[in-house]
Ligand binder design. Structure first.
Ligand SMILES: *Cc1c(COP(=O)(O)O)cnc(C)c1O
Length: 451
């Protein structure tokens, strides 16, 4: 096809909310850019789908060839409020024009303070809280560990199977999956211990029993009195959108409290409305000591936070936490715009609607497509686990065929999981129902050619 499209220069919710393919995927303009990229960008930096983006908003990503793809990725759970969300754009524009950086550690500004105030309000629990801001999720996780170590005077960090906490040296040690995150990058940070995770589809255990199994490893192999913190994602992200059995998180939180261990909820992927609550811990009635926040918090700008009990956060000496860019004023303005959007559009309620729509459609598909072993997730964090029919044996090849088929048809999907056999759906919460239904139609169509 050779129709020349007007490529939009402005994104946001005003973009036509449609799937529109005008070239093959990727098209000629994307392929030309990809050639330049291959010559200039390090090969270790990958891309799921090399369509080069011109504009995005609502539930679509428009590429440089004029194709409009349905976005079921949100840039990995980041553009929860949509790309170029109006409240984010206006506040960022005003902030950029006022000042771009002073460094909060040199000369502070109110946006940083307001983000900390808002996060203290929004995170679970009524206790006194304080926060500190950083640039990336991994940096937030590292700083949560710093706080926990100073507060407890202990060094061990406990994480679980299938966990993902980042790509820095400490967080690589905390991340479970070797390829591609860790391969060749060791030696890794010490004093990181891994315990089993509740994974109902695979272990069939109720929450109490799964927690007892986790706790047994901590008790016998590490010793509770050596543990500074337990760091856990309330819904696993990269590890496969695993929702632990009911009661699992609460039992771990009780154990931590009884043994003076700091309970850290890594809500970098699950937080900020993604699961239909401000934080996924709320679904389990769990109040963490510290919460790490990033991804969805700032509408696409790099911002991360550690939020938690004031006495824990304040145990670190003055000057012990910080960084040149942490809590950059433009990123803070974006976060305040994103939070305002979440409140104005009631995106927690919207995430629950998305859950009903996606799980309904996926369960229908599962009834006719046996490789779907399980449909699971919370809110707009929904996945299918692809297995050899009738077993729990992971089938990564079929998962990647499904994902690639969706890409070719103009639906941006992601896979995840330790075995790479999980297809995950995490649309922006401002994507209209019609687009989500169309994406599910495409998936069903692809499945009919793959099964
Ligand atoms: C993405 C992610 C991180 C790392 O965040 P970066 O911003 O990529 O450093 C940590 N924990 C969880 C749960 C994540 O999903």
């Amino acid at each position: 096809m050779s129709i020349t499209q007007d490529i939009p220069a402005v994104g946001g919710p005003e973009l036509p909310q449609e799937r529109r393919l005008v070239t093959e995927i990727p098209g000629p303009a994307s392929r030309a850019l990809h050639e330049r990229r291959t010559a200039a960008v390090a090969a270790g930096v990958g891309s799921v789908l090399p369509v080069y983006v011109a504009a995005a908003g609502g539930g679509v990503v428009v590429d440089v060839d004029g194709n409009s793809l349905i976005d079921l990725a949100s840039g990995i759970a980041v553009t929860t409020v949509g790309n170029a969300a109006p409240e984010v754009v206006s506040r960022v524009s005003a902030q950029v024009a006022a000042f771009t950086h002073t460094c909060f550690m040199v000369a502070p500004y109110d946006g940083y303070v307001e983000v900390c105030e808002r996060l203290a309000d929004l995170t679970p629990g009524e206790h006194a809280k304080k926060a500190a801001l950083f640039n990336s999720g991994a940096e937030a996780v590292e700083n949560a560990v710093k706080v926990a170590r100073v507060h407890t005077g202990r060094s061990a960090v406990v994480v679980v199977d299938h966990a993902y906490h980042g790509r820095t040296n400490l967080t690589m040690a905390m991340t479970a999956k070797n390829m591609p995150y860790k391969q060749g990058f060791g030696p890794f940070a010490g004093e990181v211990y891994r315990a089993p995770m509740s994974y109902p589809f695979r272990d069939g255990l109720d929450g109490r029993t799964a927690a007892a199994r986790t706790i047994d490893v901590v008790d016998k192999q590490v010793g509770a009195e050596n543990v500074a913190c337990l760091v856990i994602e309330p819904v696993l992200g990269e590890g496969g959108f695993v929702v632990p059995a009911p009661g699992y998180l609460a039992a771990l939180a009780d154990y931590c409290r009884d043994h003076g261990i700091v309970f850290v909820a890594d809500e970098i992927q699950s937080g900020m409305c993604r699961t239909g609550a401000w934080f996924a811990c709320e679904h389990e009635g769990v109040v963490p000591d510290l919460v790490t926040v990033a991804k969805g918090v700032a509408g696409g700008l790099p911002l991360a936070a550690v939020v938690g009990r004031a006495e824990m956060m304040d145990s670190v000496h003055a000057g012990g936490l910080g960084g040149t860019y942490g809590g950059n004023p433009v990123a803070c303005a974006a976060a305040l715009g994103a939070i305002a959007t979440m409140e104005q559009l009631d995106l927690n309620a919207r995430a629950r609607e998305v859950e009903a729509l996606l799980t309904g459609r996926l369960r229908e598909l599962a009834a006719t497509f046996p490789p779907i072993g399980e449909v699971r997730g919370r809110g707009a964090m929904i996945a299918i686990e692809v297995v050899e029919p009738g077993t729990t044996n992971p089938d990564a090849a079929t998962a990647s065929r499904l994902s690639a088929g969706c890409h070719q048809a103009g639906v941006l999907t992601l896979t995840c999981g330790t075995y790479g056999n999980i297809l995950r759906f995490l649309p922006p919460l401002v994507a209209p129902d019609a687009l989500l239904h169309e994406a599910m139609d495409v998936l069903a169509e692809v499945a009919s050619t793959v099964g």
